[in-house]
Design a protein around this ligand. Structure first.
Ligand code: NBP
Length: 479
């Protein structure tokens, strides 16, 4: 027994994570993969890592010092269950099994409960940053017990990305909290990407600039408050020229966006929690819409606006789009953090929202300067009801709202779909409204279903006898 950490599953993510672990002072890494070839390959390619190979689960367990700690990096779903079951057989109480794959958080809650009964610790850890991040430093979102964190904390801190001197990992909360937060991270990523795509589309169709020229706009934006990994890579993608045709690559890529499901999970979960994540939902739906070529072909003949879209002052328009993008981004993040807040309340997790924004500053796809402002807002007030109303963000929304409205109006008039821009603006106007037509909805519900309503001027629950003389009575029940 001489390894302090083990990795099971040596496909691209697992082998990169194993190499990352091995490269850090103090770690000796045991490795195991179901089929022998991947283990042999990793060992021959990276003799410098000093891996301790195992070719059975028994050998793997024997090569680990106690408490045994293993990170599982296999395909999500059944393969993960199969590996956990096998490890439970060879591990002992106090040992730690970490699932670093992309598990759906209810699965993590279920697995944690089952494994805990054996006395073994189970930790679901969201790991963001793809292959590159796994190798050089990901953002890590571990859940699980406090006991497991004592052993796991230093190991994960050793391999995580570092942002402003701090490792991008924190003990998020118990059982499924880590995978929940990773899920919302991906949902926010969907919204951020959609917003950037809408900004590009509006600028291109409004000003006639080429993708390469728009790349320069994004590079410029990347020096200011929008500074982020996603803006940076957007410029790179837009600048890329297709070797075969000489066209901008973005013009030869099929316009049907794929998805692996984490955006949908974020939205489904938000629906059951009753949290309006409209930006994430629209971003997820926009990908679905793009991926139905038969419907798009059938609808292609439907009319758009009579006049062509052209803006007179390109620079002013681009500045409006920048402000609209920042305002919409604030809303998307505000909604995402709202979902984490609601999830924590529902599942009994104690999640430090400021700490979450900090561990997203490095390693992950949504890494950005902006996340410091979120951390500041929660440092100022830990129980913020809504992030968008915190002073820094309220100020940015105040600065941006006129431009935001102009952009949404222009997009609507030009017939350019901007679901994420416009739904974010609708959310903003909804959340800040003094009164909402929800009052009318309550009246309608009372009319057809006797669902009752409350009044603004006195306590109690009321019902109007719609099918009778329409007098109001005090009601007992709220349906
Ligand atoms: P894959 O998701 O492609 O999984 C392949 C690995 O699973 C191989 O090691 C394979 O072993 C193993 N495996 C399977 Br399949 N069934 C198994 C079973 N019944 N028992 C034991 N092992 C089994 O690998 P990946 O792309 O490296 O991703 C690993 C995890 O990390 C996934 O959950 C993924 O969602 C997550 N993730 C991926 C990324 C990314 O950018 N790719 C980013 C973040 C998270 P074999 O060699 O014997 O077939």
């Amino acid at each position: 027994a001489s390894a302090n950490i083990g990795v099971v599953g040596l496909a691209v993510m697992g082998s990169n994570l194993a190499r990352n672990l091995a490269s850090r002072e103090g770690n000796t890494v045991a490795v195991y993969n179901r089929s022998r070839e991947k283990t042999d390959h990793l060992l021959s390619e990276h003799p410098e890592a000093g891996f301790i190979p195992a070719f059975s689960y028994e050998e793997f367990a024997a090569s680990l010092s106690k408490p045994r700690t293993a990170i599982v990096m296999v395909k999500a779903g059944r393969p993960t269950d199969a590996v956990i079951d096998a490890l439970v057989e060879v591990f002992e109480p106090g040992d730690i099994i970490v699932d670093g794959g992309n598990a759906y958080f209810p699965d993590t809650i279920r697995r944690e409960k089952a494994v805990r009964e054996t006395g073994i610790n189970f930790v679901g850890a969201g790991i963001s940053g793809g292959e590159e991040g796994a190798l050089t430093g990901p953002s890590i979102m571990p859940g699980g017990s406090d006991e497991s964190w004592v052993t796991l904390g230093p190991i994960l801190r050793s391999i995580a990305a570092v942002a402003e001197g701090e490792p991008c990992v924190t003990h998020v909360g118990h059982d499924g909290a880590g995978h929940f937060v990773k899920m919302v991270h991906n949902g926010i990523e969907y919204a951020d990407m959609q917003l950037i795509a809408e900004a590009y589309d509006l600028i291109r169709r409004g000003t006639g600039k080429t993708p390469a020229e728009i790349a320069d706009v994004f590079s410029e934006w990347n020096t200011g408050e929008l500074e982020s990994y996603l803006i940076e890579i957007t410029a790179e993608v837009l600048r890329q020229v297709d070797a075969e045709t000489g066209e901008p690559l973005v013009d030869v890529i099929l316009d049907q966006a794929g998805a692996k499901g984490t955006g949908a999970w974020t939205v489904q979960t938000a629906l059951s929690l009753g949290v309006p994540v409209s930006g994430i939902a629209e971003a997820t739906f926009a990908r679905s819409l793009s991926s139905h070529p038969e419907q798009r072909a059938a609808a292609a003949g439907l009319p758009g606006p009579a006049e062509d879209f052209h803006v007179d002052d390109a620079d002013a328009f681009i500045e409006d789009v920048r402000l609209a993008l920042f305002a919409s981004k604030i809303i998307a993040y505000s909604q995402g953090f709202d979902e984490i807040r609601a999830g924590a309340a529902e599942y009994g997790w104690s999640i430090d929202l400021g700490a979450i924004s900090k561990i997203w500053r490095g390693g992950c796809i949504i890494r950005a300067q902006f996340l410091n402002r979120i951390a500041d807002a929660y440092a100022e007030q830990a129980d913020l009801p809504v992030l968008a109303a915190a002073p820094y963000f309220a100020d940015a929304l105040t600065r941006g709202q006129d431009a935001w409205r102009r952009v949404v109006v222009a997009a609507t008039q030009a017939g350019i779909p901007s679901p994420a821009f416009s739904s974010s603006l609708a959310y903003y106007d909804g959340i800040r409204a003094e009164r909402l037509p929800a009052a009318l909805i309550q009246g309608q519900r009372d009319f057809f279903g006797a669902h009752t309503y409350k009044r603004i001027d006195k306590e109690g629950t009321f019902h109007t006898q719609w099918s009778g003389d329409r007098t109001e009575i005090e009601a007992e029940d709220t349906h």
